[in-house]
Design a protein around this ligand. Structure first.
Ligand SMILES: [Zn+2]
Length: 236
């Protein structure tokens, strides 16, 4: 285990968090960590609808379609994409960095209710990739994690080490393949997310967690809006 992973392991308290790590290409720029946010501060922080809070960020919730490990939708088709407010601000920082280079973020998943985590775990009961719901709440259920990839400014996805929910060694955050474009895309995404203030997960290149996640608690949020209404009303 290298030194950085050892430090991360000491800071983490549940099994999956052991897999969090700084990104290989950003390790040299590592700075002292800010103090962890208190549980009360997390509790007082609202969840925001990413499509409204950060409209330049592309969203394609894979669990609202069949393009995920279960092969069928888990979320309702009109599910919203929520994160904690400070996580949305971090995503905007990463998005600014990417935009300056001609790229952008696409979010595949963000807040994930506990019941959805249970469905995923039933389909793929492997603690190398998923948090066992019986042990602790997923970072997604706390609103502090996102699954993200790199896109061009027109929204087209770029080649990455693997597809989403590819629970194999190909999904490792340290790319060992020989495609220079894939290596470059991954480096650009990881550098932007490091600047935003995220850790990566060693076994899933697409999974990013806010660095001050530690005292966050799981949330029970309805991801399906009961009443859809326009942002603005008119008299005609
Ligand atoms: Zn994830």
């Amino acid at each position: 285990m290298d030194f950085r992973l050892a430090i991360t392991a000491l800071r983490c308290s549940v099994a999956l968090e052991f897999f969090l790590a700084v990104f290989p290409s950003a390790a040299q720029q590592e700075k002292p960590q800010p103090p962890q946010k208190t549980a009360e501060a997390w509790e007082n922080e609202p969840m925001v609808d990413l499509a409204k809070a950060c409209p330049t960020i592309s969203i394609e919730l894979r669990y609202a379609s069949s393009h995920n490990v279960t092969g069928k939708p888990i979320y309702p088709a009109n599910a919203r994409c929520y994160v904690r407010q400070s996580v949305a601000i971090r995503l905007l920082r990463a998005q600014d960095d990417l935009h300056s280079k001609g790229f952008g973020l696409k979010i595949w998943d963000a807040y994930r209710p506990d019941w959805a985590q249970q469905i995923l775990w039933n389909a793929m009961p492997n603690p190398d990739f998923l948090q066992p719901p019986s042990q602790a709440a997923s970072m997604h259920t706390r609103g502090v994690a996102v699954d993200a990839t790199l896109v061009l400014l027109d929204g087209r996805e770029l080649l990455m080490p693997s597809g989403f929910d590819d629970f194999t060694p190909a999904a490792n955050m340290r790319y060992t393949g020989n495609d220079p474009n894939v290596a470059r895309h991954l480096r650009i995404l990881q550098n932007a997310m490091a600047k935003g203030g995220f850790f990566g997960m060693r076994t899933e290149w697409w999974h990013f967690v806010a660095r001050d996640f530690e005292n966050s608690k799981p949330l029970d949020l309805d991801i399906q809006p009961r009443i859809e209404h326009p942002e603005r009303l008119t008299s005609k």
